[in-house]
Ligand binder design. Structure first.
Ligand code: ADP
Ligand code: MG
Length: 356
């Protein structure tokens, strides 16, 4: 009896920690599984992310697309555990991240461990680089710092050399000069290149780029996208590219996740989404795609408004804006219908369609 208890105790001791988990598919770097992140405000509960599931396969680029306010940033901030509490909270779901030594659930991982992952294994590039760069330090000293933070034993000279290499890698023509510059001495496009250099300097396994070109003018946008595209082949990292602009992900992404009002409404390979979009919202986004060389004030021309995030209906959230709605749409929220192993659509029009 005692021996049995001992045995059980031993077995309990080797039970994995609560945050250790299994990936559904080991070839993924991240798996979002039914993630719900809510903001508890005075006016009600904002269901910013409401049951989001998708995966980022190792080495791939996944585009996360949808109109402003649909929960793209909150999804990636949840992964980095940067949602602002106490109002903002991850209320349920898992975010499985495949670390080199085994998978962890980022939702449950102790914050000290999350801090080791941030900027080291997972790097973020934001929309407005000026807010992430410190105005009182030179560009070079900031990249050096990012490098030495993660390689504390690296000699100063070597860190400097690596910083300059990084500036070269992101297409800066006079890296030694820019190394000595202060952020305000650079243009918006150059600052974004510096941010990308900083993000890459720690050799991340996953890069999250949240609207990396939105604050830039059209020609510079195209240059930064070219840069990201070329880096994709040079660095051995997976990329999560967040944007409201389907055109931006068109040439870069392997997979596309379309979000609407806190939920994923269509996923597929880039080909499936561009050549065979099925959700009327995705079709609308593609039609509303801003044309290159044409200034646009309004990015989208899908009529109507997103329902209030504090008071979502029990039926399809897009129904009131949808030209294709039919009687079924008054019923329950549609489940994800699977059209191919990669193509899933939450729309009643796809019911019974099965594999393509
Ligand atoms: N700190 C916050 N407090 C309350 N609501 C928030 C907060 N941050 C984001 N939200 C809400 O969450 C929803 C999703 O926001 P977000 O992820 O930033 O959208 P996106 O990045 O797709 O433009 C929006 O309705 C937004 O108003
Ligand atoms: Mg955002």
């Amino acid at each position: 009896m005692i021996r049995k208890l001992e045995k059980n105790k031993k077995r309990r001791n080797i039970q994995p920690d609560e945050y250790k988990t299994q990936m559904a598919d080991a070839s993924n770097i991240v798996e979002f599984d039914n993630l719900c992140t809510y903001f508890f405000t005075d006016t009600g509960t904002v269901k910013a992310v409401d049951g989001v599931s998708f995966s980022v396969p190792q080495g791939s680029t996944v585009g996360v697309v949808g109109e402003s306010g649909c929960g793209k940033s909150v999804t990636s901030l949840s992964l980095m555990r940067l949602v602002q509490g106490p109002a903002g909270q991850i209320v349920s779901g898992q975010i499985r991240y495949n670390r080199a030594d085994g998978a962890v659930d980022m939702v449950k991982l102790p914050i000290e461990e999350v801090q080791k992952i941030r900027g080291n294994e997972i790097a973020m590039i934001f929309q407005e680089p000026m807010t992430s760069l410190n105005p009182v330090f030179t560009v070079g000293s900031q990249i050096d710092e990012a490098i030495t933070l993660h390689n504390p034993r690296m000699p100063e000279e070597e860190a400097k050399k690596r910083s300059i290499d990084m500036l070269k890698l992101v297409g800066i023509a006079n890296p030694e000069g820019v190394y000595k510059n202060y952020p305000h001495e650079l243009s918006g496009g150059m600052r974004q290149r510096v941010m990308i250099a900083m993000a890459l300097s720690c050799d991340p396994r996953l890069i999250i780029a949240d609207e990396p070109t939105t604050a830039l003018d059209v020609t510079i946008q195209a240059q930064i996208l070219d840069l990201l595209r070329s880096l994709k082949d040079k660095v051995d990292a997976s990329i999560m590219l967040i944007t409201h602009d389907l055109g931006v992900v068109a040439e870069m992404a392997d997979f596309v996740i379309v979000m609407y009002a806190g939920r994923v409404i269509e996923t597929g390979t880039a080909r499936e989404i561009y050549l065979n979009p099925q959700h009327p919202y995705t079709v609308g986004l593609l039609q509303a795609k801003p044309q290159v060389h044409r200034e646009v004030d309004r990015l989208y021309s899908i009529p109507g408004q997103v329902p209030s995030p504090v008071n979502m209906p029990s039926w399809c959230f897009f129904k009131d804006r949808c030209e294709k709605r039919f009687d079924k749409c008054d019923g329950d929220y549609p489940p994800m219908f699977q059209l191919s192993p990669t193509h899933l659509v939450a729309c009643w029009l796809c019911e019974g369609r099965g594999a393509e």
